[in-house]
Design a protein around this ligand. Structure first.
Ligand SMILES: [Zn+2]
Length: 280
């Protein structure tokens, strides 16, 4: 049986009057209403708790952050809803965390797991574009993929891929998954303190030639440790590291999620890597 991603509802959420909040500002959500009606929110065949936030809000650590219709900010991160048209012509709506406006745009200002692999000391050949209008998002071969939720770091085949601690990292990152996702992939689990709150981010290292020998889920890795080698698995002929950071939705235990579903919107939300990567 497939492992199910669980969205657990913490007990004891307090109803906080939101009369004082500015329009578009985050608000604390109230307790989940009792689910007596037929299941309206199913995922992977299971009925999920009634969402505590509105359809135009993102639930972040108990805060409902306005998305499509607002520009609310929580802990310096603005959550937005965006959409694109997939290859079947369907409109796909997603949530994501675009780059914080107080951080540099220039990709070369950040620390990465590998590189620089481009001439001139540059790192990134293709950046994060989920915050761009649909027509400006990257289209993969034969439209099989739309939008780019990470950064591509070209390097020589076999170049070392090292663990990068994210800004505000608490403890050492840990291996969450080693296996097939974006080709051969290593997923790290990062615990990050952001303005007094602990958040969990997932960092995907994709298209590896191979992971480092002996890497197993649950293992803590010191920053700088080699976790794998650059390759083109799952991206035949395009040798690069796909590096993607995602905010884990509060209440989700990623060890209970089928690895193939770690990137589902119900489990994690893509985040511009510049929000969490250290500055050089
Ligand atoms: Zn990529």
């Amino acid at each position: 049986m497939r492992a199910l991603p669980l969205l657990l509802v913490p007990l004891g959420w307090l109803q906080v009057p939101d009369t004082a909040r500015a329009p578009g500002a985050p608000r604390a959500h109230g307790a989940a209403p009792r689910a007596e009606a037929p299941c309206a929110h199913a995922f992977a065949g299971e009925c999920l708790p009634e969402p505590r936030c509105g359809t135009d809000e993102l639930d972040l650590d108990g805060l409902c952050v306005p998305t499509a219709s607002g520009s609310g900010e929580v802990e310096g991160a603005v959550a937005e809803t965006n959409a694109h048209i997939d290859r079947l012509g369907h409109r796909v709506v997603y949530e994501h965390l675009p780059r914080r406006q107080d951080l540099p745009t220039d990709y070369d200002r950040y620390v990465y797991p590998t590189g620089p692999g481009l001439s001139g000391g540059h790192f990134v050949s293709s950046g994060y574009d989920l915050d761009r209008p649909d027509a400006l998002q990257r289209r993969g071969e034969s439209l099989s993929a739309v939008g780019h939720g990470g950064v591509d770091l070209p390097e020589a085949r076999g170049a070392l891929v090292r663990v990068v601690a994210l800004r505000g990292e608490v403890g050492d990152p840990a291996v969450l998954y080693v296996g097939h996702l974006f080709g051969n992939t290593v997923v790290l689990r990062h615990t990050v303190r952001e303005r007094g709150r602990l958040r969990v981010y997932l960092a995907l290292h994709g298209h590896l030639e191979r992971p480092a020998p002996g890497l197993v889920a649950g293992q803590a890795l010191e920053p700088g440790t080699v976790l794998g080698f650059v390759g083109d698995s799952g991206a035949l002929g395009v040798v690069h590291l796909h590096y993607e950071t995602r905010l884990l939705r509060p209440g989700v235990d990623p060890t209970r999620v089928d690895p193939g579903r770690l990137t589902d919107q119900a489990v994690s939300v893509p985040c511009d890597p510049r929000n969490v990567l250290p500055l050089r």
